[in-house]
Ligand binder design. Structure first.
Ligand code: ADP
Ligand code: MG
Length: 288
C-alpha cells in the first residue's frame, strides 16, 4: 500500500525526522486559510497523487496552467490560486502513464531555501535479505537519469539485521553524500530514524528525494514516498487507515476485498493469479 506525500511527512515528523510545516487541503478556500496559518513568506503548493515526477509533470486541462504539480507561491492569494488551478484536474507525470491522475488533494507547505538536493532511500534488498540504504549526491527531479547515465553516483549500504543499526552506517551515508560538520550528526540521526521507522512500520520502500541541505546548512526531507508491506498491514490499523482508495484501480480494489491477486492492465486485459511467480510466467506467456 502506498500513501501520499503529506501522510508520509506526518509519519516522518512523528518519528522525529526534519520536515517542513504544511497543511493538506481539498479546496481553494481552505488553501487560503491554511496558507495564512503557515505564514509564508514563501509557500509551495504540491499536488497529492500516488506518483512521483510531479514537478516535471503537466496538466491535461489548459485551465490548470502551464506549470507542473509543484508550484511556488509568494502570497496567500497566489497559493489559493495555484491550489484552485490544480484541484480536480489531471496531472500527467513519467510515473502516471499517459492517462494521468486526478488531483483531489493539495499540500501547502513552507518554502525552503535550497543549497543542495540529495537522494536517500531505504528498501528491502532481496539479494542480501537486508534493509539497504541507497544514496546519491545527485538528488532532485532526475534521479532516473542518474541511474541510467551515471550509476556510479548511486551508492548502496545494507544493514545486517543481526547487529542492527550502528552510527557508522549513518556516517557512511553522510560521507557518501559529501556532508560536513553538524550535517554529519544530523545525517547519523536521520538514518537511524529512517531505519527504525522502516522496521517498526513494516515498510517496503521509503524514498526521500530530495533530501536537502537548506540555505542555513541543515538537512531536511523535502519529498517523501512510502510503500508498506500489505502482508503486515493488519499490525498497523493507524497506517491502514491512511489508504486512499481513489488512488487505486477500482477493479483491483474490488478483487482485493476477496483476497484475489488481480492486476489490471491497459485496455481489456487483466491478470488474476494465485502467486507472484505464476503472475510473471502468465505475463511472459501472454507476451509470447
Ligand atoms: P516530485 O518528486 O514529485 O517532482 P518534489 O516534492 O520532489 O516532487 O518536488 C520537486 C522539486 O520542487 C524539488 O526537487 C524541489 O526542488 C522543489 N520543492 C519541493 N518542495 C519544496 C519546498 N517545500 N520548498 C522549496 N522547494 C521545494
Ligand atoms: Mg521528489
Amino acid at each position: 500500500m502506498n500513501i501520499h506525500e503529506y501522510q508520509a511527512k506526518s509519519l516522518l515528523k512523528k518519528f522525529g525526522a526534519p520536515v517542513s510545516d504544511g497543511r493538506v487541503v481539498l479546496s481553494a478556500d481552505e488553501a487560503a486559510e491554511k496558507a495564512a496559518e503557515l505564514g509564508g513568506p514563501l509557500w509551495v503548493v504540491k499536488a497529492q497523487i500516488h506518483a512521483g515526477g510531479r514537478g516535471k509533470g503537466h496538466f491535461k486541462e489548459p485551465e490548470a496552467g502551464e506549470k507542473g504539480g509543484v508550484r511556488l507561491a509568494k502570497s496567500v492569494e497566489e497559493a489559493a490560486e495555484e491550489a484552485r488551478r490544480m484541484l480536480g484536474h489531471t496531472l500527467v507525470t513519467k510515473q502516471t502513464g499517459p492517462a494521468g491522475k486526478v488531483v483531489n488533494r493539495v499540500y501547502i507547505e513552507d518554502g525552503s531555501g535550497i543549497e543542495r538536493e540529495l537522494y536517500l532511500a531505504a528498501l528491502v534488498d532481496r539479494q542480501t535479505s537486508r534493509i539497504a540504504f541507497v544514496c546519491s549526491t545527485e538528488g532532485g527531479m532526475d534521479i532516473e537519469d542518474v541511474a541510467a547515465k551515471t550509476p556510479e553516483k548511486i551508492l548502496t549500504f545494507s544493514i545486517d539485521p543481526a547487529s542492527g543499526y550502528s552510527p557508522f552506517h549513518g556516517r557512511r551515508v553522510a560521507f557518501a553524500l559529501g556532508l560536513e560538520g553538524a550535517q554529519i550528526k544530523q545525517c547519523v540521526k536521520l538514518v537511524e530514524t529512517l531505519y527504525r521507522m522502516f522496521l517498526e512500520s513494516d515498510m517496503s520502500m521509503l524514498e526521500i528525494n530530495p533530501l536537502i541541505v537548506t540555505d542555513k546548512g541543515d538537512l531536511k526531507c523535502l519529498d517523501a514516498k512510502i510503500g508498506f508491506d500489505d502482508n503486515a498491514l493488519y499490525r498497523h490499523p493507524d497506517i491502514a487507515e491512511m489508504r486512499d482508495e481513489t488512488e487505486e484501480d477500482p477493479k483491483e480494489l474490488e478483487a482485493s476485498k476477496y483476497d484475489l491477486n488481480y492486476i489490471a492492465l491497459d485496455g481489456e486485459i487483466g491478470c488474476m493469479v494465485n502467486g507472484a511467480g505464476l503472475a510473471m510466467a502468465t505475463m511472459d506467456i501472454i507476451k509470447l
